[in-house]
Design a protein around this ligand. Structure first.
Ligand code: R5P
Length: 282
C-alpha cells in the first residue's frame, strides 16, 4: 500500500482508516485514533472511480481538521480532473478549479501531486501546492533494464520535461512529437519527427495513459522509424477500457507504471518522492 510505503520512508505511523460503503453507495469513514495537534498527510490518489475517491478524500480531510489536526496535507498522486483546467468550449465546467476549491474548503493546508497532466490545474489552489515528479525514479528503474541504445520520446510537448529528466538519467537522446486532440471527439493525431530509431529501443514517457491512443500513435511512428522495441513508461497508468489492447496492437511491448495507480501494474514506487516532499514541508 502506497501510504504504508510513504510512512516507512518517513519512519512514522500509518493510520488505517475505517472505510465502508453503505448499501445505497454512500461512503463511511472513521478515524480509529485521535489526531489532535498532529500533522496528517492524507494519501489518496483519485483514479477511477475518481468521483468516489475524490469524495473520500474530502471526507477524510474535513474529519482530520475537525478532530484537531494541526495541519493536513492532501497527497493526491493522480489528480483527477486536472486535464479540464480551462473552459475550452463555452459552457464547460472547469472541473480542475472546482476540485481544487473543494479540497481547500475541506481543510487541506498543502496539496501535493505527481506529474500532473496540467500544471495550470495547480494555479487554482491558494494553499501551498506542488507538482512533484517521479521521472528520476523512472529513469533509474529503466537504467536497470537491458535497453539497447535507448531513445526517449515525448508524445507531445507537455511531456518534454519528463522526457528530458528520463533521458538525463539514461544518458540518452530524446525527441518530442506534435500531438493534437479534437476537442469534441477526443480523437488524437500525432506527427512525428525525423528520428533514426533503427536498432534502438524507444522509451515513450508521459504523465498519464488513459485510452492509450497518445502512446499508440507515438509507438506506431517509432516502429515505422525502425525502433527495435517500444516501451511506455508513465506516472499514472489509468489504462481505461481496451487501452492495453490498443497499446499492444501499436507495438508497445511493455508498459511501466507506478503505485500512483494501485490497481494497475507497478514497477516503480513514488513513495520516496512523496516522503521527501512531506519531510521538506514539515
Ligand atoms: C494529455 O496530454 C496527457 O499528457 C496524456 O498524453 C493523455 O492524457 C493521454 O491520454 P490517452 O491515453 O487517452 O491518449
Amino acid at each position: 500500500m502506497l501510504a504504508r510505503r510513504v510512512a516507512d520512508a518517513m519512519k512514522t505511523n500509518v493510520l488505517q482508516l475505517e472505510h465502508k460503503v453503505f448499501p445505497d453507495g454512500e461512503t463511511y469513514i472513521r478515524f480509529p485514533e485521535p489526531v489532535d495537534d498532529e500533522r496528517v498527510a492524507v494519501i489518496q490518489s483519485c483514479y477511477p472511480p475518481q468521483n468516489k475517491n475524490l469524495i473520500d478524500l474530502l471526507f477524510i480531510l474535513d474529519a482530520a481538521r475537525e478532530m484537531g489536526a494541526r495541519e493536513v496535507a492532501a497527497v493526491v498522486p493522480y489528480f483527477a480532473y486536472a486535464r479540464q483546467d480551462d473552459r475550452y468550449r463555452s459552457g464547460e465546467a472547469v472541473s480542475a478549479k472546482t476540485s481544487a476549491r473543494l479540497i481547500e474548503a475541506a481543510g487541506a493546508s498543502h496539496f501535493l501531486t505527481i506529474d500532473v497532466p496540467s500544471n495550470k490545474a495547480l494555479q487554482f489552489f491558494r494553499i501551498h501546492s506542488e507538482n512533484l515528479t517521479c521521472m528520476n525514479l523512472m529513469g533509474t528503474y529503466l537504467k536497470t533494464r537491458a535497453l539497447e541504445k535507448p531513445y526517449v520520446l515525448a508524445p507531445d510537448d507537455g511531456a518534454i520535461p519528463l522526457a528530458q529528466t528520463v533521458s538525463t538519467v539514461l544518458q540518452s537522446e530524446y525527441a518530442w512529437f506534435e500531438k493534437s486532440r479534437d476537442k469534441v471527439t477526443g480523437a488524437v493525431s500525432t506527427s512525428g519527427k525525423d528520428v533514426d530509431l533503427r536498432g534502438r529501443d524507444a522509451v515513450i514517457v508521459d504523465d498519464v495513459i488513459s485510452t492509450g491512443k497518445t502512446i499508440a500513435n507515438t509507438a506506431q511512428i517509432a516502429k515505422k522509424q525502425g525502433s527495435r522495441r517500444v516501451i511506455a513508461a508513465c506516472a499514472h497508468l489509468l489504462l481505461t477500457g481496451n487501452a492495453e489492447q490498443t497499446l499492444k496492437v501499436a507495438g508497445v511491448e511493455e508498459t511501466i507504471g507506478t503505485d500512483s495507480i494501485e490497481i494497475r501494474p507497478q514497477s516503480v514506487s513514488i513513495a520516496p518522492v512523496l516522503a521527501e516532499a512531506l519531510r521538506r514541508i514539515w
